[in-house]
Write a protein that binds this ligand. Structure first.
Ligand SMILES: [Zn+2]
Length: 362
């Protein structure tokens, strides 16, 4: 099968634009215009060949269809790989990448980081807690690794709080959880906890999604490059949790939902969503470009898994799959008031403790 020079050039331009669009989204339009021109090229050729009496069907038709489908199919993962690399580790900015949220004058510097750390340290006094810190602009930003290990536990839960610093509810829910465990230890007697909070301390201090290197830490799990993610990965390896709970917030485009990797049972998803529903938390019916299987519940099936793999999405849910650990990601709705979002984090953790069936898929 022979391709014309124009088709080859346009195909290459299309693929290059697919990659570039990952870094600079407006290029998506030029990319699809190139695609349309390419189709027009092939159709023009087809008409010309028909005129000169060449049998089109068994040669050119196959070429035309395979060019279209092939290019469209490779374009999505190529764009996504570039996007993931851009969000992740390819270009560390060596300076903090402040989110739009942080750049708003009225928000700037309003998060009381030292106050939060003080509260966290007070709440974790009776627990086995370790501190670590991250250096940024001559200042150290602390985070804590807190362990709760009752005598007869039957599950190990790892909690990751506020890996995106502009999603503070997770971190803010931790001191509340610790105080509840301390006050009512019998209620929490069946679970051992390891809690990492705030896992992106500089991000939390500056309300930045990224860490001090401009890296989106939730794209840095497989072969981690950042101090924070290296620490999380090493704690996961040591603790060997039965389940990881990753506390996020969405930007208010959707209502609250729980995402899970393919290792989490649907039964658990239903249980968690029923619990939120019973507490009158509005749940998303649509999120991440798809209708959810169940309001509030989005599990990564084979299709998503394949797409994410092709796209090189290097997040915690995928890492969990690599190391065979169920991961539950809470996305509380940021349009709710902060107190409510913190409450949702607590509800999820409490519901998980009371769930007495298998967390993983049978
Ligand atoms: Zn997030």
């Amino acid at each position: 099968m022979k391709f014309s020079k124009g088709e080859v050039i346009l195909s290459i331009v299309f693929i290059v634009l697919s990659f570039a669009a990952g870094y600079f989204p407006p290029l998506i339009f030029i990319k699809w215009i190139t695609f349309v021109v390419l189709i027009w090229f092939v159709i023009r050729k087809y008409k010309r060949d028909q005129k000169s009496g060449v049998n089109f069907l068994f040669g050119k038709a196959i070429r035309m269809v395979s060019t279209f489908i092939g290019l469209a199919a490779v374009s999505v993962p190529i764009t996504d790989v570039a996007k993931a690399k851009h969000n992740g580790i390819l270009f560390p900015y060596h300076t903090i990448h402040r989110s739009n949220y942080y750049l708003q004058e009225e928000i700037k510097d309003t998060f009381n980081f030292s106050g939060y750390i003080q509260d966290l340290e007070n709440a974790s006094e009776k627990f086995h807690a370790q501190s670590d810190s991250v250096l940024f602009e001559d200042k150290y930003y602390k985070y804590q690794i807190i362990k709760h290990e009752p005598d007869n536990y039957n599950k190990k839960i790892l909690i990751i709080a506020s890996i995106h610093g502009d999603e503070p509810a997770g971190a803010l829910s931790v001191p509340i959880l610790l105080r509840k465990i301390e006050q009512d230890s019998s209620k929490y007697a069946n679970a051992s906890f390891l809690i990492l909070s705030p896992v992106n301390p500089v991000g939390l201090a500056f309300s930045s999604r990224e860490n001090e290197m401009g890296c989106n830490l939730n794209r840095d799990y497989h072969l981690p490059t950042q101090a924070e993610t290296k620490r999380i990965v090493s704690e996961i390896e040591k603790f060997k949790p039965d389940v990881i709970v990753d506390l996020h917030e969405n930007n208010g485009n959707w209502k609250t939902c729980i995402m899970a990797n393919s290792l989490v049972s649907d039964e658990l998803g239903k249980f968690l969503c029923d619990d939120l529903k019973a507490k009158s938390i509005p749940l998303a019916e649509f999120a991440f470009d798809s209708n959810l299987e169940l309001p509030g519940w989005h599990k990564r099936g084979y299709y998503r898994k394949a797409i994410n793999y092709l796209a090189g999405l290097n997040d915690l849910m995928r890492y969990g799959e690599e190391i065979n650990i169920p991961v539950i990601t809470l996305e509380s709705d940021q349009s709710l008031e902060e107190k409510k979002r913190i409450e949702i984090c607590s509800l999820i953790v409490d519901a998980l403790i009371h769930y007495d069936k298998s967390i993983g898929k049978k």
